[in-house]
Design a protein around this ligand. Structure first.
Ligand code: SF4
Ligand code: SF4
Length: 389
């Protein structure tokens, strides 16, 4: 049986020639270029979380997308760029524009595909609380998908990279609904695994934009920009996530999401074949993890069945910094528990009692107005875990 290949290339700039070289090298080492068939319709799936500029390191950088568009075209195939951003309030056109997808598409003469308007296909999933997941119909119209995530730490899942990027194939507001149906990171991870399983046969390969990414309380404005200096590719997004998790946490075997993903791809890190530059070339030293990492340390059975009792003592929750809040209303619309409230005087606050700590509000507030706080027990627990490392 052939080995799973992880191809990583050092790149510390978004200068187009350097990016073209790094992206081509990373993909070429996988031996998958001939899978891009002439005349085929290829969906390029970036991470376009919201309307952020490329230099904020929140969305996939346009230089990476541009390189992939060129590669697809050089094979005689037809590229499309498509996504459903988490923040739907500001409109997809605004997101295309700010993330510079509009200019790439215009320059290359290709189409941008919104997943919001195509309708959905209900796909059955094996999951303790969710029966089926709505996937944008249009995703199934393409012959193949090239997955192009951004490397970012994530308050809810710990990391967003290869597999998590496919959550953008669930259109609009439906993304929020599943947070309510699968409120713990473990159950949400199971759902992400199932979604990946649904799309897996269509995926040609994944290329991670890790030249710049986020650390700390990502995946949005509260994360800290970090130069990881890596472009990384693999045919199996699960293997790729295993590799990146190992680079960041140094112990992928303990990571709850990688344990889940074992059922959907290759997580046998010791047997991977590594091509390109060695891990020492990249900037993975002492990466700051999200403060919420503690949520992933609570045993699944406790989190699932006794969450509300534990929650009284051991919690990490968001709060709104009134002086930064511009009252745009995005968080109200993105809260699956409907626990964000607007008073008669227009003040917006979070009723903590019903908060399920999904951090959708934290992720989608574009004004850095939502912070995270821990209970005293949670603080002690975090300190204990750090000391035991
Ligand atoms: S907290 Fe953020 S998202 Fe919510 S209303 Fe204020 S500025 Fe908007
Ligand atoms: S307040 Fe924020 S973290 Fe709490 S349930 Fe609502 S969106 Fe999720």
């Amino acid at each position: 049986m052939s080995k799973t290949i992880i191809s990583s290339i050092y790149c510390d700039t978004y200068e187009q020639t350097a990016v073209d070289k790094a992206v081509f090298k990373a993909i070429n080492s996988l031996g998958v270029l001939d899978k891009i068939k002439p005349g085929s319709k290829i969906l390029i799936k970036p991470n376009l979380l919201s309307d952020h500029r490329p230099d904020e390191a929140i969305t996939t950088h346009p230089a990476i997308i541009k390189s992939i568009v060129q590669i697809v075209k050089s094979k005689g195939a037809v590229p499309f760029i498509g996504d459903s951003p988490g923040n739907i309030l500001k409109g997809i056109e605004n997101v295309w524009e700010k993330t510079e997808m509009t200019s790439i598409a215009a320059e290359a003469g290709i189409r941008l595909v919104s997943f919001e308007t195509s309708g959905v296909k209900e796909m059955p999933v094996k999951h303790p609380t969710v029966k089926s997941i709505s996937v944008a119909k249009t995703v199934f119209d393409f012959d193949a998908i090239i997955n192009v995530p951004k490397l970012k730490t994530h308050t809810f899942m710990g990391l967003t990279c290869g597999v998590k990027n496919f959550y953008g194939c669930v259109p609009g507001i439906r993304k929020i609904e599943y947070h309510k149906m699968a409120p713990s990171p473990y159950d949400f991870g199971l759902l992400l695994g199932e979604l990946y399983g649904i799309l897996k046969d269509k995926i040609l390969f994944t290329v991670v934009d890790g030249i710049e990414g986020l650390e700390g309380n990502g995946p949005s404005t509260k994360g800290i920009k970090r130069k990881y200096n890596i472009v990384c590719a693999a045919a199996d997004a699960v293997a790729l996530d295993t590799y990146i998790t190992q680079c960041i946490e140094k112990n992928y075997k303990k990571n709850f999401f990688i344990k889940i993903l074992k059922n959907y791809g290759d997580t046998d890190y010791e047997k991977f074949e590594f091509k390109g530059d060695g891990v020492a070339n990249f900037n993975f030293e002492a990466v700051k993890l999200p403060i919420t990492k503690i949520l992933n340390m609570i045993p699944v059975s406790l989190a699932r069945f006794a969450g509300k009792y534990i929650g009284r003592f051991l919690w990490i929750k968001p709060f709104i910094e009134e002086d930064k809040c511009v009252k745009c209303g995005q968080c109200l619309k993105s809260c699956p528990a409907k626990t964000i409230i607007k008073t008669d005087k227009g003040i917006i606050y979070i009723n903590e009692e019903n908060c399920i700590s999904c951090f959708c509000c934290h992720e989608l507030c574009g004004y850095k107005a939502i912070e995270i706080k821990e209970s005293i027990i949670a603080k002690l627990f975090i300190r204990l875990k750090k000391n035991n490392k």
